[in-house]
Design a binder for this molecule. Structure first.
Ligand code: NAD
Length: 273
C-alpha cells in the first residue's frame, strides 16, 4: 500500500498568527515598529510596549489603518521589573496570555574602552540584557502553561563578532545570545522556541545617532558616516527595518516550529557564522 502524503494541519496561509497575542518592546520606532506591523499583517493581536506613549499610539493607529485587527499600547521601562510586571498583567487582561514575545528594546552607546565607564556598561547591560531577561520571566509562566510560545530576542551582529568602540554594547548583545541559547535548550521540549535575530546596520534612529556621533568625532559629514557604515557589508547598503521584521515574523509562524537556539543574521553578508 502506498503511504499517504503527510498534510500539515490547516493554517490560514494569509494570517498564520491569527488568534495569537504578540507583545513587542521598544515598538514605537525603528525595527520594533516594523516588527509590530509585520506581526499584525500575519494576523496577531498586538501589545506594544515602550517608554513614550506618543510614538506607540501612532504605531497602533498605523497598524489599525493598514491591517485592522487589535492593537493596544502601554508605557513601561524594560529595565524596571515592577513596571514590566504591571504592563504584562494589563496586556494579558486585555488580550489573553502572551504567545509571542519580541524583546526588541535596546540602545547602543560608543566610546573607546578606556573611556567606557562602569555606568555605561551598566546602562548597556540593563537595556539590552536585563530588559529581555525581565520580560521573558514575565511572559514565560503562561507560555509554559499553554505549552506554546515564541521568544525572539533582537540582538545584533555585535552579539556574534566584535566591533571597536562599542565594547559594552558588544558584551551585552553577546550575553543576550547566551541567554537565547540557554533558554532554547531549557524550553525545547515544552513547545517554546527561543531565537535571536541579529541585524547589521539598519536604517533606524539608532543608526542616525551612530552616524551623528561618528561625524562629530571624525569631522566627516553625517552622510559620509552613514556611507561608511553601509560599506561594512558586501551588499554595501544599510538593512531596512522591514527586512529584519520579516525574519521575526517567520520565526513566529508555525513553519518555524523546529527552529530554536539560532541567531539569524540580517546583515547583507557582513558576517557568516
Ligand atoms: P531605535 O532607537 O529606533 O529603537 C529602540 C527602541 O527601544 C526605542 O523605541 C526606544 O524608545 C526603546 N527603548 C530603549 N530603552 C528602553 C527601555 N528601557 N524600555 C523600553 N523601551 C526602550 O533603534 P532600533 O535600531 O530600531 O533598535 C531596535 C533593536 O535593534 C535594538 O535592540 C538594537 O540594539 C537592535 N539593533 C539595531 C541595529 C541598527 O543598526 N539599527 C543593528 C543591530 C541591532
Amino acid at each position: 500500500m502506498t503511504a499517504r502524503p503527510r498534510v500539515a494541519a490547516p493554517i490560514d496561509a494569509a494570517k498564520p498568527l491569527a488568534g495569537r497575542h504578540a507583545l513587542v518592546t521598544g515598538a514605537g520606532s525603528g525595527i520594533g515598529a516594523a516588527i509590530a506591523a509585520e506581526l499584525a499583517r500575519l494576523g496577531a493581536r498586538l501589545t506594544l510596549i515602550g517608554r513614550r506613549p506618543g510614538p506607540l499610539a501612532q504605531q497602533c493607529a498605523t497598524i489599525f489603518e493598514a491591517f485592522g485587527g487589535e492593537c493596544r499600547h502601554d508605557t513601561a521601562d524594560v529595565t524596571d521589573a515592577a513596571s514590566i510586571a504591571a504592563a504584562f498583567a494589563a496586556a494579558a487582561d486585555w488580550g489573553g496570555p502572551i504567545d509571542l514575545l519580541v524583546n526588541n528594546a535596546g540602545a547602543a552607546e560608543s566610546a573607546p574602552f578606556l573611556k567606557t565607564d562602569l555606568a555605561m556598561l551598566e546602562r548597556m547591560l540593563a537595556v539590552n540584557l536585563r530588559g529581555a531577561f525581565i520580560c521573558t520571566q514575565a511572559a514565560l509562566p503562561a507560555m509554559l502553561a499553554g505549552r506554546m510560545g515564541r521568544i525572539v530576542n533582537i540582538a545584533s551582529t555585535a552579539g556574534l563578532t566584535g566591533y571597536a568602540y562599542v565594547a559594552a554594547y558588544c558584551a551585552a548583545k553577546h550575553a543576550l545570545i547566551g541567554l537565547t541559547r540557554a533558554l532554547a535548550r531549557e524550553l525545547a521540549a515544552r513547545g517554546i522556541t527561543v531565537n535571536a535575530v541579529c541585524p547589521g546596520y539598519t536604517e533606524t534612529p539608532l543608526v542616525d545617532r551612530a552616524a551623528a556621533t561618528i561625524a562629530a568625532k571624525t569631522g566627516k559629514s553625517a552622510e559620509a558616516a552613514r556611507a561608511a557604515l553601509a560599506a561594512s557589508n558586501p551588499m554595501r547598503r544599510l538593512m531596512t527595518p522591514d527586512e529584519v521584521a520579516a525574519a521575526v515574523g517567520w520565526l513566529c509562524t508555525p513553519a518555524a516550529a523546529a527552529v530554536t537556539g539560532q541567531s539569524i543574521v540580517i546583515a547583507g553578508g557582513e558576517i557568516m557564522p
